[in-house]
Design a protein around this ligand. Structure first.
Ligand code: GTP
Ligand code: MG
Ligand code: ZN
Length: 320
């Protein structure tokens, strides 16, 4: 296409400064210590610096940028409108954009390290709040001593409509099906360190050959842990972001009164509680609580809701 990558629309001056003579399109593929790795429409990677007034610029962002005089670096001029943002708490009480324009988050768990369901619920709650579809990948199924039991643990999530995938990056189990679900989407792998997010990325995109976190049995410390979220293109169409492992994700801008709604299976009951301001704890006439007692809502999910609600009530909660 002629002029691809150039923006021909009239440009608004920024803070009274004349706009650069030409702006180029770019896609942020990683946030490195020294700047942003930006992919240009012709497939090159340019290191770009951002501007404070633009706020967070994250992996997955589509931007306009201008080249420096020597053409060696770029400067971000504008962040284009986002279809979605995934945010988490950052330093000094500020939220931070982890990734933009995602249309699917895969929360990855494994038998070893054992699933941290509270972390899974944090991701699912934030995705629910942000209207980003979420799915769960149970990786390292080859290590599960009792496959049926492992899959049964996921049943609470299957019941409430979260798609789940039992796979093994090492043995290639379930990889072809997973590949299919990446087509045409911008997806992200998220979860604890060592569950196999990079190994899965390698299994799905073999030409990337990412370094993975081989856990040393003696020291228990990981090596080659992923340090920056990075976006890769899926050859059949779509993008995949491999992200660093986290121990805690946090709930960012979700308030205590919003949390119940982020537990999607609570939604149908919420209008039926006796009190409008019901917190679904021990409140009289709480329809959510009754649904838990009747087995319609999982006890474990409700307990984790209570735990997170409690954390939100403590203003000094450290989510980092
Ligand atoms: N048995 C088995 N081991 C796996 C599988 N997938 C990954 N591993 C191993 O699990 C360890 C961690 O894998 P990574 O892919 O680095 O995990 P990660 O989630 O990217 O970790 P961070 O980058 O630290 O967040 C490595 O030793 C992998 O070889 C699997 O399907 N089966
Ligand atoms: Mg990794
Ligand atoms: Zn209630």
């Amino acid at each position: 296409m002629k002029g691809k990558g150039r923006r021909n629309s009239p440009q608004k001056p920024i803070h009274g400064i004349a706009p650069p003579s030409h702006l180029l399109d770019g896609l942020v593929i990683s946030h490195l210590g020294q700047g942003l790795a930006v992919e240009t429409p012709d497939g090159n990677i340019m290191l770009c610096q951002t501007r404070r007034r633009l706020g967070d610029v994250a992996v997955g962002d589509r931007i306009s940028w201008s080249p420096s005089e020597d053409g060696m670096q770029g400067r971000v001029e504008e962040v284009l409108a986002r279809s979605s943002v995934l945010v988490r708490p950052g330093y000094a009480g500020k939220n931070r954009v982890v990734a933009a324009n995602l249309d699917r988050v895969f929360v990855v768990i494994s038998p070893y390290p054992q699933p941290d369901w509270l972390l899974v619920d944090q991701y699912l709650a934030v995705c629910e709040y942000r209207h980003i579809p979420a799915e769960i990948i149970f990786n390292k199924i080859d290590l599960a001593e009792n496959k049926e039991q492992a899959v049964a643990e996921l049943n609470d999530y299957v019941r409430i409509g979260y798609p789940t995938h039992a796979v093994s990056a090492r043995k290639g189990i379930g990889i072809a099906e997973l590949k299919q679900s990446l087509h045409g989407h911008c997806s992200m792998f998220a979860g604890q360190s060592g569950v196999g997010k990079s190994s899965l990325t390698n299994a799905l995109l073999p030409d990337k050959n990412l370094r993975t976190n081989e856990i040393s049995l003696r020291s228990g410390l990981g090596r080659h842990t992923t340090t920056a979220a990075t976006l890769y293109h899926v050859p059949e169409g779509g993008d995949l972001i491999d992200s660093p492992g986290v121990a805690v994700f946090g709930l960012a801008d979700i308030k205590g009164q919003d949390l119940a709604w982020c537990y999607r299976e609570f939604q149908a009951y919420m209008g039926h509680c006796r009190f409008n301001d019901c917190r679904h704890i021990n409140d009289k006439g709480c329809a959510v609580r009754e649904a838990v007692e009747k087995g319609e809502i999982s006890v474990a999910r409700h307990q984790r809701y209570l735990k997170l609600l409690d954390k939100l009530a403590q203003p000094d909660t450290l989510w980092e």
